[in-house]
Design a protein around this ligand. Structure first.
Ligand SMILES: Cc1cc2nc3c(=O)[nH]c(=O)nc-3n(C[C@H](O)[C@H](O)[C@H](O)COP(=O)(O)OP(=O)(O)OC[C@H]3O[C@@H](n4cnc5c(N)ncnc54)[C@H](O)[C@@H]3O)c2cc1C
Ligand code: SF4
Length: 441
């Protein structure tokens, strides 16, 4: 039974979706930073895909130099604020903190990072040095973490940048996908606005690049093109009943929730199909929207779940129930969804098999498919020379992120097939360095 009442107002929504890593006060930041051992060869730095000098920024906070701390963070990671809030720090920097070996809570690196960067954003603290100007103009397709990170780095290397974004807002899944209890829309958008002001790149919103003509135009006008388009819509399950009213993809469900907040309604009985991090988010969010009964259903056993353990614990903590070894056979209903028929499964010689005669039905008013995101194959097929692997991910060089067409570079989820914000930020920046080098000659 969910402990949350259906939110009627935006204030109710914010209460149900209270930040799990709230901003620290100055006192809290001072106390927490004083716990850091400022380790030599610090494992927390090695664990960060953007290699932020964590002991340095923590020391700067501790000595009262909060702006210096923000500068240290942004030098390595242009999404410093967002990453402080949305990164799975439990398995990255904080998971590597030496305190874990001593049975003492790890330093709250993420919250310290957000503390310093929030001040920088609020005070419009200068971070960019745009003194140099280099000939060259780059088009970026997609204003997600990969695209924006690439834009910031290119601008700091002196090139001109235009971003073309299909949607109305910037920051990609940071605002459209990540769970609202990790970062608010306002926080995600404030960082993009700050970076835009600092680095001076343009974003053309509601401007999808979608036809051969669009692509030809970009190729004529720009010296290089960076593809940071992420992934597509939720993949289909391939079972009967997916077309029924009340069956939704997890990515689309979360996007509607983030945009409409309390105006979105979630019914009483929800089944989430899948066991990755997105499934955990969709289940937690349904519970926080007041659904009375939320069940995560996964065809394999608990140990095979793709989600981080802490994400599963978070979902359970808000009343989400789990159903393991249950494979969906069909979604049931007339026009509108009424339930899901499952069959019990078991592992036999490493293979998953259905147990004959074990079929059962779980009633539902909403079925959320958290079955991964599809690839944007049709769009990518329009660009000659850009090759995809068998899974539909763009093939790009692992250092330069150049694709099979030398004018095109790509990074982020469109290349990795789906990682974290921090990986997209790290690789978007590396691509920018390679683009600048290639344009320079
Ligand atoms: C539900 C969900 C929850 C997540 N939660 C977390 C989390 O808690 N922490 C975390 O670190 N990561 C999380 N992730 C993963 C993370 O959001 C992604 O790894 C990251 O956003 C990838 O960045 P990107 O720039 O490659 O792509 P995206 O963020 O997807 O951005 C791509 C951008 O390109 C635009 N675009 C696409 N096609 C076109 C086109 N043809 N023309 C113009 N623009 C286009 C899109 O509108 C979008 O704005 C989550 C992902 C999902 C789906
Ligand atoms: S590992 Fe922990 S204690 Fe050591 S520098 Fe990093 S945050 Fe500080």
């Amino acid at each position: 039974m969910s402990e949350f009442k259906t939110p009627a107002t935006e204030a109710d929504f914010d209460k149900n979706f209270a930040q799990i890593k709230p901003l620290m006060t100055a006192n809290q930041a001072h106390f927490e930073s004083s716990r850091c051992l400022f380790c030599y060869d610090a494992p927390c730095v090695t664990a960060c895909p953007t290699g932020i000098d964590i002991p340095l920024f923590i020391k700067q906070i501790n000595s009262g130099n909060v702006n210096g701390a923000a500068r240290t963070i942004y030098e390595s990671n242009y999404f410093g604020h967002a990453c402080g809030k949305v990164c799975p720090t439990e398995v990255l920097c904080e998971g590597s903190c030496v305190y874990n070996h001593q049975g003492v809570p790890a330093i709250e690196i993420g919250r310290l990072q957000s503390f310093a960067t929030e001040k920088a954003i609020r005070e419009s603290m200068p971070i960019a040095n745009l003194s140099g100007k280099t000939a060259g103009k780059v088009a970026i397709v997609g204003a997600g973490p990969a695209g924006i990170s690439c834009a910031c780095e290119l601008r700091s290397l002196g090139l001109d940048v235009d971003i073309f974004e299909a949607k109305a807002l910037g920051s990609g899944l940071t605002v459209y996908g990540v769970a609202p209890y990790k970062i608010t829309n306002e926080e995600a958008l404030a960082e993009v606005e700050y970076l835009q002001k600092q680095f001076g790149f343009k974003i053309q919103y509601n401007h999808p690049i979608q036809s051969s003509q669009d692509i030809e135009q970009l190729e004529k006008e720009y010296d290089a093109i960076f593809i940071g388009i992420g992934l597509g819509r939720t993949s289909s399950l391939g079972i009967a009943g997916e077309e029924l009213q009340g069956v939704e993809g997890a990515v689309e469900f979360v996007e509607k929730l983030r945009m409409n907040k309390a105006n979105e309604k979630v019914p009483a009985q929800v089944i989430v199909l899948g066991a990755g991090n997105t499934a955990m988010d969709a289940a937690s969010e349904s519970a926080r929207m007041g659904a009375a009964d939320v069940t995560l259903a996964y065809r394999r056993e608990k140990e095979a779940m793709g989600a981080y353990h802490f994400e599963y614990e978070l979902a359970k903590s808000v009343g989400v129930k789990a159903l393991f070894n249950a494979a969906p056979l069909r979604i049931i209903g007339n026009d509108k969804v009424e339930g899901v028929e499952f069959v019990r499964t078991r592992e036999s010689n490493g293979k998953l098999e259905s147990i004959a005669g074990s079929e059962f039905i779980v009633p539902a008013d909403l079925v959320i498919k958290a079955t991964g995101q599809s690839k944007q194959r049709e769009f990518l097929a329009l660009i000659s020379g850009v090759q995809l692997d068998s899974k539909g991910n763009i093939i790009a060089d692992s250092d330069s992120f150049q694709t099979g067409n030398p004018k095109y570079y790509a990074a982020g989820d469109a290349v990795s097939g789906g990682q974290e914000v921090v990986n997209a930020v790290a690789n978007g920046k590396k691509a920018a360095k390679a683009i600048a080098k290639s344009i320079a000659g």
